[in-house]
Every structure is written in structure tokens, then in C-alpha cells.
Write a protein that binds this ligand. Structure first.
Ligand code: ADP
Ligand code: MG
Length: 461
């Protein structure tokens, strides 16, 4: 995990490097470089230009790595100095006759109290965030912002596809900031909430209160900013919110499912502002990171996770950490429900039942076909009034599954199975539910039947 970096530690690295390559070279090539994070595996440097990056890499890499005490070094190019005037301001696009929101009155001194609407998930902290090659840069950038708000990178723009930890990192920043300064006024919300608040304020004619809330934040964190796509009026408002905060040296943190320039219909001046600070991508996790996340989650819930089970899940679920965690939760629930050990056979079943879309919905036919096939009985038998044991049991299983998988009432279910009344159906269902609680194998049979029924419904056979 990257250590917290401070300017002193970077200065020490530079001093060490100067002994090897000389003060002049250090002054020429490294005086504008920032150390974002440093660890024995990998350090991350922010360089002012691609030229700096290439030159340093080609000429000073071995002594630099030695001075850093790292095996590897990543370079990220800072797009431009966030405090220089924005070249986009004078672009023709800016000259469009867009209605300009009035500049806010000079901010009245605000009482520094935390935002009363701040809701954070207590689990989304930096401590619980597993760092791997896919998210090392984004994580280091987030920590940099939490350590030095409005000085390190402003705005910080994190992007990556769904379920990769953007919200987790955003909230990690908020947790850390509050830990360092409990009075810090963090306004954290989803873009959707921002849009809704704005529309509500417009309708109520109450823009002043709206602006007061957002423009007096110490730190504004907006999750899923790509939802500004196509919303011209809200973009307009956000543009002014952004400017006010940025001019006042307040930190802005944004997340999105795509980089700024790929957000559809986003005004060019917002695209350019979103790139002022640091844009960091979270990529899909590699196998090792997926394993580490599974292990950490299993530890947290006190689950003993055999290696082969972890490996199976990590192999099957590649693209989405939320799904990775969801598989583990379902596995634990199934193990408890069916009193079955957490092993490879259970993991296979759990993963097999979890994927895909819900399909056309489950019909009586799906249940009858699958149950009859499994027990080798005829559909006509299940629907008859015959009471031989070889038929009664499959019939009861079919009733239970019908109850679980369809919205049919007990009486309606009875109607499908030889005109039985609702108390007969209830009796059958309760009997099997009891059995499922004590008989793990039976639980697995039911889970398997359910999986087949769902698949049949999905494929629309
Ligand atoms: P996003 O906002 O990108 O869609 P989230 O931040 O909601 O994704 O993450 C989805 C789930 O995965 C959350 O429960 C989160 O805690 C977890 N998660 C994501 N990345 C990591 C990570 N690197 N370490 C631990 N948990 C993670
Ligand atoms: Mg999210």
C-alpha cells in the first residue's frame, strides 16, 4: 500500500538523486515533479509533460528507482497547471449566448458545520480498499486529495466502469477529510441528486438556498457526474458551482463511468475543467487483486474460504467487484441455509444460478417440465389425484418451487395440482421447508431445480 507522501520525503529523494546525477539535472527535470505515492513495489510521479516523462525514464530511471526505494515507477502527466487561466474561457464555444447564471453574492461567512445531509457508508474507507495495479493510481490520487485538499489536484476526476470502486474511493476521501477535520463541510452526493435538487429549486423559485448549499462547501464530491449528459441547464448551473468553488480553492472530486471527453453532450468548457486537475482511471481488477478482495471480504465476515473456492469465484467473476462480493455473500447464505460446507461444488452452483437476465418470467410449464424430468414422472401424474409416494413427493416439490418462483396463491397452486385446497398446499410446503433446513443435500437439489427452471425460462424454450 502506498505510504502517505509528504514534501519532505520527496525532498530527501531529490537530495539522494542529486548525489548521483547532479543538482543541475535534478533542478532542470525534477523540480516540477510531484511524488503522488511511494511504496517498495511502485511509486507514482506526476510530471508536467510527456517530455519530462520520457526524458526522466530514458536518462534517470535506475538512480531514481534507487532513490525512491521502489521496484517500479509510474509517470502520470499533469494536463496543465490548474491555477493558470483556462484557455477554454476565450474559445468561440464560450461565446455562445448561453444564459449566464448570476454570480453569487460574495459568500457570507458560513458556520463551519458538517453538511447535515452527509450520508457515508462506514465500510467505504481507504483501509478496506484493496490496492492493485488496476486502481493504484486512482487510490494514490484519492489519498493525495484527502491529505492535501485543494492543493494536490483540483478537480480529481475518477473514471471507470460500474462496480470497480469509484464510490468507495470517493467516500474514502470524505471519511479521511472528516477524520482530519470534523468541521470540514463536505457536500457529497450523486449527480442524480444534484440534478433533482436543481430542478426542485427551479420549480420552487428557491435557487438561492440551492446555491448557498453547494457554493459554500469546503469539498464538493459528486458521484456519477456522467449523468449530466444531455442536461444543458444543470450543466450550466454546475459550471458556475465549479467555478465558484475552484476560484475559492475548494476541492472538487468527481466520478464518472467514462473520461470527460466521452460523456455525451457535455459542454466543452466542462470537459476542459474536468481535466484541469488529475484524471485517473480505475481499470478492471486482475486475478490477483480479485483474489485479495475475496480474501479480505471473507475475513471481514468471518468466513473460512478454501483456496480453490476463492480461485473459482475469481476466475468466473472478472469485470465487477460488486458482483465478486455478491457471489461471496450468496455463497455464505446458501451454505448457512442448506447447512452445506463452503466448497467447490456449492460455489459452482451459486455462480451458475446468479448470472443472466430474468428472461420472460417463469411459467407453470417450466416448473412441471423440470421437476418431472428430474424425478422421471409424468406431468399428468403430478396433476392427478394419485397419492402413491413416488408421485406425492415430486408433486410437493413442484408446489414448493411454484410458491417460490411465481406469484400464485396457495389456492391457485392447488388448482394446478389436481384441484387441491390451499391447506393441503400449505402443509406440503411447510413440510419441505422444514426438511430443507436440516437436509443440506435436499437443499442443493432444490437449488439445482431452481437453476434449471430459471434457465429454461430465460432461454424461452
Ligand atoms: P462503482 O462506484 O465504481 O460502481 P463501488 O465503489 O460501488 O463501485 O464498488 C462496488 C463494491 O465493490 C463496493 O462494495 C466496494 O466496497 C467494493 N470494492 C470496489 N473496489 C474495491 C477494492 N479495491 N477493495 C475492496 N472493495 C472494493
Ligand atoms: Mg458508484
Amino acid at each position: 500500500m502506498p505510504v502517505k507522501t509528504d514534501p519532505d520525503s520527496w525532498q530527501l529523494v531529490l537530495d539522494r538523486l542529486a548525489d548521483r546525477i547532479g543538482r543541475d539535472e535534478v533542478g532542470r527535470w525534477l523540480s516540477d515533479v510531484d511524488l503522488l505515492s511511494r511504496s517498495p513495489e511502485c511509486s507514482i510521479l506526476i510530471v508536467p509533460s510527456a517530455l519530462h516523462r520520457d526524458w526522466i525514464r530514458e536518462n534517470f530511471l535506475p538512480p531514481l528507482l534507487e532513490a525512491l526505494g521502489s521496484q517500479e515507477c509510474r509517470f502520470e502527466v499533469r494536463p496543465r497547471d490548474p491555477f493558470l487561466p483556462d484557455p477554454a474561457v476565450s474559445s468561440p464555444e464560450e461565446a455562445e449566448p448561453v444564459p449566464v447564471a448570476p454570480e453569487p453574492a460574495p459568500a457570507a461567512p458560513v458556520e463551519r458545520i458538517p453538511d447535515p445531509d452527509l450520508r457515508l457508508n462506514p465500510d467505504y474507507t481507504f483501509e478496506s480498499f484493496i490496492v492493485g495495479p488496476c486502481n493504484r493510481f486512482a487510490h494514490a490520487a484519492a489519498r493525495g486529495v484527502a491529505d492535501r485538499p485543494a492543493t494536490a489536484f483540483n478537480p480529481l476526476f475518477l473514471h471507470g466502469s460500474v462496480g470497480l470502486g469509484k464510490t468507495h474511493l470517493l467516500q474514502g476521501i470524505a471519511h479521511d477529510l472528516l477524520g482530519n477535520d470534523p468541521h470540514c463541510r463536505i457536500v457529497y452526493l450523486s449527480c442524480e441528486d444534484f440534478v433533482n435538487h436543481f430542478i426542485g429549486a427551479l420549480q420552487r423559485g428557491d435557487l438561492e438556498a440551492f446555491r448557498h448549499r453547494y457554493r459554500n462547501a469546503d469539498v464538493l464530491v459528486v458521484d456519477d457526474i456522467h449523468l449530466l449528459a444531455n442536461k444543458a441547464r444543470t450543466q450550466e448551473e454546475f459550471f458556475h458551482t465549479f467555478n465558484t468553488l475552484h476560484n475559492a480553492h475548494k476541492q472538487i472530486v468527481l466520478s464518472s463511468d467514462s473520461p470527460p471527453e466521452e460523456i455525451p453532450q457535455l459542454q466543452a468548457r466542462l470537459v476542459s475543467r474536468f481535466k484541469w486537475g488529475l484524471v485517473a482511471e480505475i481499470e478492471k481488477p486482475c486475478f490477483e487483486t480479485r483474489m485479495a478482495i475475496l480474501r479480505a471480504k471473507a475475513d471481514r465476515i468471518g468466513l473460512e474460504l478454501p483456496d480453490e473456492v476463492a480461485r473459482h469465484i475469481a476466475e468466473q467473476v472478472e469485470d465487477n467487484i460488486r458482483e465478486l462480493e455478491g457471489s461471496l455473500t450468496r455463497l455464505t447464505a446458501m451454505a448457512a441455509l442448506f447447512n452445506h460446507p463452503v466448497d467447490l461444488s456449492l460455489a459452482r452452483r451459486v455462480l451458475a444460478t446468479s448470472s443472466g437476465d430474468p428472461g420472460r418470467g417463469i411459467r407453470m410449464d417450466d416448473i412441471l417440465e423440470v421437476v418431472c424430468d428430474h424425478f422421471a414422472v409424468k406431468i399428468g401424474d403430478l396433476q392427478s389425484r394419485r397419492r402413491t409416494q413416488s408421485i406425492v413427493f415430486p408433486r410437493q416439490v413442484a408446489m414448493l418451487l411454484t410458491r417460490q418462483l411465481t406469484p400464485l396463491s396457495l389456492g391457485e397452486i392447488g388448482g394446478h395440482f389436481g384441484g387441491r385446497d390451499h391447506s393441503t398446499v400449505l402443509y406440503a410446503i411447510e413440510k419441505l421447508q422444514k426438511r430443507r433446513r436440516v437436509d443440506g443435500e435436499f437443499g442443493l437439489v432444490l437449488a439445482e431445480l431452481e437453476r434449471k427452471i430459471r434457465r429454461r425460462a430465460q432461454n424461452g424454450e
